[in-house]
Design a protein around this ligand. Structure first.
Ligand code: HEM
Length: 499
C-alpha cells in the first residue's frame, strides 16, 4: 500500500516537472517571439517549429533558401526575421551593413551555425578547422600558419599538378563525347575538384576521377550529412533507417579522419628521415604547424578535412554554373573561345603566366559568381544590441548577410538578372559589399587564389577540346546542400571541337 502511494506521488511529481518544463519552454518561445516582434517577417506556420519552410527546403532539396530569402526581401524589405525552431535569424540586404558587420572582428561566426561542421552525430568532423573555429584568437593563430601555403606565389609552382588532374578530366569526358549522351557535368567537376585537393593539398595517391574510392564515397557522405544533420529530428529519429544512416555517416567520417592521420604521420616521418618531400600544401605547412605552432595531430586532421569540405564542391559548383551561363549566352561563349584560342591555342601545359592573360575568362567567372555564389551569404553573431536600418537587433542573435539576394537586386546591379561579364570591366569598390562570393574581412576564403587558378586551368582544357550543348529540358533552378547547385546537374551533350 505504502509503495503504491509513493509511486503515485512520484508520478504526480513527474507530471508536474514535465508540465513545468513545458510551461517554461512555451513562455521562453513566447518571450523570444515578442522580443523580435518589431522586425518584419513572414507569419510563422508553427509555434514550436517556427517557419516550417526552412525545414522543408533542407529536407527536400528541390529549392533554395537563398532564393526564398530574396522573395521575402521583396515582401518585407531589407531587414526581416525568420525562425528555425525558436532561433531567430535576421536577414539583411544592405551593402553598408555588410561592410560594417563583416569587416569588424568583434562580430564572430556564431558557434550554433557551425555545429555540424565541427561534429556530426557526436563524431568529430572538421572540429576546429579554419572554417568552423569560432574563437577569434585560436583561429588567427591557425590562419597565420596556412596563409603562406595558399599564397599565389606558392600555388603558381603547383600548376603542373592542376594540369595533370585537368588532363584526366578531359580523358574522362572524351569517353562520353559522342554528341548524344546526356552527361551531368557537375558530377565530373566534383570528381576533378576532389582529385585536385588530394594532389595539390596532400600529394595523395590514387585517382578520384575515373573511380569511386572509399575515400571519395566518404567525402560525399560527410558533405551530405553536414546539411542533413542540422535537423534535430534526424539526430534523434529512433527508426532503424535513421539509425543505419547515422552509423554510415560516423563510419565515413572515421575513415576520413583515419586517412588524414595516416597522410600527416607519413609526411612527418618522411620529414624526420630527411627524405625529399612532395611539393604540395602539406609539405609547406607541416613544419611550422607542428613544430613552431605546436598544432596537435587532431587539429591538423581538422584542417585536412576542412580543405576537402571547403574546397571541393564550392569550385565544382562554380564550374557547373559557368557552363550553364555560357550555354545560355552563346555570344559570351564565342568571345571566350576566341580568347582561349588566341591566348592558349593548343598549348598542353597551362602556366600561371598564361591564365593571367585570360582577362575575359576572369570577367566570366566573376559574373557567374555574382549570379550563383556557391556560398550564398555570411553570418555573424551580434555581440551587443545594434541598430540596423532603424531596427533594434538584440545582442546574441545571428545576422545573415544576403549575398545571393543582393547580387540579384536591381538597386545594386543594373539589369541584375542579365549575364553580362563586361559589368566587371570597371572597378567599383562599393560593389564588393553587395556581391562577395569569397566572403569579406578576416574570415574570407583562404582558397580564393587556389580556386581561381583551378577553375581557369580546367576551363581552358575543356574549352580547348569540347563543344558543350545544354540539354534543353533540364531544370536550371538551384537547390541548397550547404552550397547551391543546379537542380539539373548541368546536363550537356558533349562533342569534340573541330578547329
Ligand atoms: C569557387 C570556389 C570557392 C568559393 C566560392 C569559396 C567561398 C568561401 C566563403 C564564402 C568562405 C567563408 C565561409 C564562412 O563564412 O563560413 C570561405 C572560407 C574558406 N574557404 Fe573557400 N571558397 C572556394 C574555394 C575554396 C578552396 C579551393 C579552398 C581550399 C582548397 C577553400 C578553403 C576555405 C577555407 C579554409 C575557408 C575558411 C577561411 C577562414 O575562416 O580562415 N575555399 N570560402
Amino acid at each position: 500500500m505504502f509503495v503504491l502511494i509513493l509511486l503515485q506521488y512520484i508520478l504526480v511529481l513527474l507530471v508536474l516537472v514535465v508540465a513545468g518544463f513545458a510551461f517554461i519552454y512555451v513562455a521562453y518561445i513566447k518571450y523570444i517571439h515578442f522580443k523580435f516582434s518589431h522586425i518584419p517577417g513572414p507569419k510563422r506556420e508553427s509555434f514550436i517549429v517556427g517557419h516550417t519552410f526552412i525545414a522543408k527546403i533542407v529536407a527536400e532539396r528541390t529549392s533554395s533558401l537563398a532564393e526564398t530569402f530574396l522573395e521575402l526581401h521583396y515582401k518585407y524589405g531589407k531587414v526581416f526575421v525568420v525562425f528555425y525552431l525558436h532561433m531567430p535569424f535576421i536577414a539583411v540586404a544592405d551593402p553598408a551593413v555588410v561592410k560594417r558587420i563583416m569587416l569588424d572582428n568583434k562580430y564572430l561566426k556564431p558557434a550554433s551555425n557551425y555545429q555540424t561542421f565541427q561534429s556530426i552525430f557526436g563524431q568529430r568532423f572538421m572540429g576546429k578547422g579554419l572554417v568552423s573555429e569560432t574563437d577569434h584568437e585560436r583561429w588567427a593563430l591557425h590562419r597565420r600558419v596556412f596563409n603562406p601555403a595558399f599564397h599565389r606565389k606558392y600555388l603558381m609552382e603547383l600548376t603542373g599538378t592542376f594540369n595533370e588532374s585537368a588532363d584526366r578530366l578531359v580523358k574522362y569526358l572524351s569517353a562520353k563525347a559522342d554528341g548524344k549522351t546526356e552527361v551531368k557535368v557537375m558530377g565530373a567537376f566534383e570528381r576533378v575538384t576532389l582529385d585536385i585537393i588530394c594532389k595539390v593539398g596532400f600529394a595523395m595517391e590514387g585517382d578520384m576521377i575515373f573511380s569511386d574510392t572509399p575515400f571519395s564515397d566518404a567525402i560525399k557522405t560527410g558533405l551530405g550529412a553536414m546539411y542533413t544533420a542540422s535537423s534535430p529530428w534526424i539526430q534523434m529519429d529512433p527508426r532503424k533507417e535513421a539509425r543505419d544512416y547515422r552509423k554510415k555517416v560516423i563510419k565515413a567520417i572515421t575513415l576520413l579522419r583515419d586517412t588524414g592521420v595516416k597522410v600527416i604521420t607519413d609526411r612527418f616521418e618522411a620529414m624526420k628521415q630527411e627524405k625529399e618531400l612532395p611539393k604540395d600544401i602539406l609539405s609547406y605547412v607541416i613544419k611550422s604547424a607542428v613544430v613552431e605552432e605546436n598544432l596537435s595531430m587532431e587539429e591538423m586532421v581538422d584542417h585536412f578535412l576542412t580543405f576537402f569540405v571547403a574546397g571541393q564542391e564550392t569550385t565544382s559548383d562554380l564550374l557547373s554554373f559557368v557552363l550553364i551561363c555560357l550555354g545560355k549566352n552563346p555570344h559570351v561563349l564565342k568571345k571566350l573561345l576566341e580568347e582561349v584560342d588566341t591566348v592558349i591555342g593548343d598549348k598542353e601545359v597551362i602556366e600561371y603566366d598564361d591564365i593571367i592573360k585570360l582577362e575575359y575568362m576572369m570577367l566570366v567567372i566573376k559574373e557567374t559568381l555574382r549570379l550563383y555564389p556557391p556560398v550564398t551569404g555570411g553570418v555573424r553573431l551580434i555581440s551587443e544590441d545594434v541598430d540596423i536600418l532603424g531596427y533594434k537587433i538584440p545582442a546574441g542573435c545571428s545576422l545573415f548577410m544576403m549575398g545571393y539576394g543582393m547580387s540579384r537586386m536591381e538597386e545594386y546591379f543594373k539589369d541584375a538578372l542579365i549575364f553580362n561579364p563586361d559589368r566587371f570591366k570597371e572597378e567599383d569598390p562599393q560593389r564588393m559589399y553587395a556581391t562577395f562570393p569569397f566572403s569579406l574581412g578576416a574570415r574570407s576564403c583562404i582558397g580564393q587564389q587556389f580556386a581561381l587558378i583551378e577553375a581557369r586551368i580546367i576551363l581552358c582544357k575543356i574549352l580547348q577540346k569540347f563543344n558543350f550543348q545544354l540539354v534543353p529540358d533540364q531544370s536550371f533552378g538551384i537547390f541548397d546542400e550547404l552550397t547551391i547547385k543546379p537542380i539539373g546537374g548541368c546536363a550537356n551533350y558533349i562533342s569534340f571541337r573541330e578547329k
